[in-house]
Design a protein. Structure first.
Length: 228
């Protein structure tokens, strides 16, 4: 009888220990999954409240904003990680390489590209384009690919929703710098591809990511004019 009770006790203790271990593991994995996003939110809150940034709104006004003209571009507070093709948005801590000519309809192709940085949609313009049939530079990136395996570039556009009219987006292409000023931001349905497929005579930059962050329900579209 005593041996039976001891056996039951040890079985109960083993099951309880295993259950507690699973719960703790789940909590730890959940915390690690969302750590990159929590860090970005904290960074943005701190920067917004305590740091005066040179990347605050350059221009405000009604939508749309006419082409912006300036003689000199303001200095960047960070060094671009890639000047062959890269994007820097200091306001939301974006500094990433851009993979060129990615087919947005090919899942495997753009997933591979987005593990390396942001992706430039095949068939759209390159930064600085002003005289092509289509001068729309279309760049897309994750707000989160898989929270469990989030790393440096999986959430490069996580804070893109923080951009407002007048904010500056800096791109680099073939060693040259091209700045764009945001004039529009909207949420669209996931199957709305007109911002990718419709050509633009005006030199614009279109940024796309998922909304809400980490989901595939809708798309966040940010559009900016080239500073000429």
């Amino acid at each position: 009888m005593i041996m039976e009770r001891r056996k039951r006790f040890w079985i109960f203790l083993a099951l309880r220990t295993a259950a507690n271990a699973l719960i703790i593991t789940g909590v730890v994995l959940s915390f690690l999954s969302f750590t990159p996003f929590i860090k970005q939110e904290i960074w943005y809150w701190w920067k917004s409240h305590f740091i005066t940034s040179s990347t605050s709104s350059d221009q405000a006004g009604a939508n749309p904003i006419p082409p912006v003209k300036t003689e000199t571009l303001p200095p960047l507070g960070v060094k671009a990680v890639n000047t062959d093709f890269g994007i820097v948005i200091e306001k939301v801590d974006v500094n990433a390489p851009v993979v060129a000519n990615v087919d947005p309809s090919n899942y495997q192709a753009y997933i591979a590209a987005l593990s390396k940085g942001a992706a430039h949609a095949r068939g759209t313009a390159f930064p600085g384009s002003t005289k092509a049939d289509n001068n729309n530079v279309f760049i897309f990136a994750h707000s989160a690919a898989d929270p469990l395996f989030a790393h440096r570039y999986n959430s490069v556009f996580y804070l893109l929703r923080k951009l407002e009219v007048g904010d500056r987006v800096t791109t680099f292409y073939q060693g040259k710098r091209y700045d764009y000023i945001v004039f529009d931001k909207k949420i669209v349905q996931a199957n709305d591809t007109r911002y990718l497929s419709e050509p633009s005579k005006e030199p614009i930059l279109t940024l796309q990511t998922c909304d809400p962050p980490g989901s595939s329900l809708r798309r966040l579209i940010v559009t900016a004019n080239l500073v000429q």
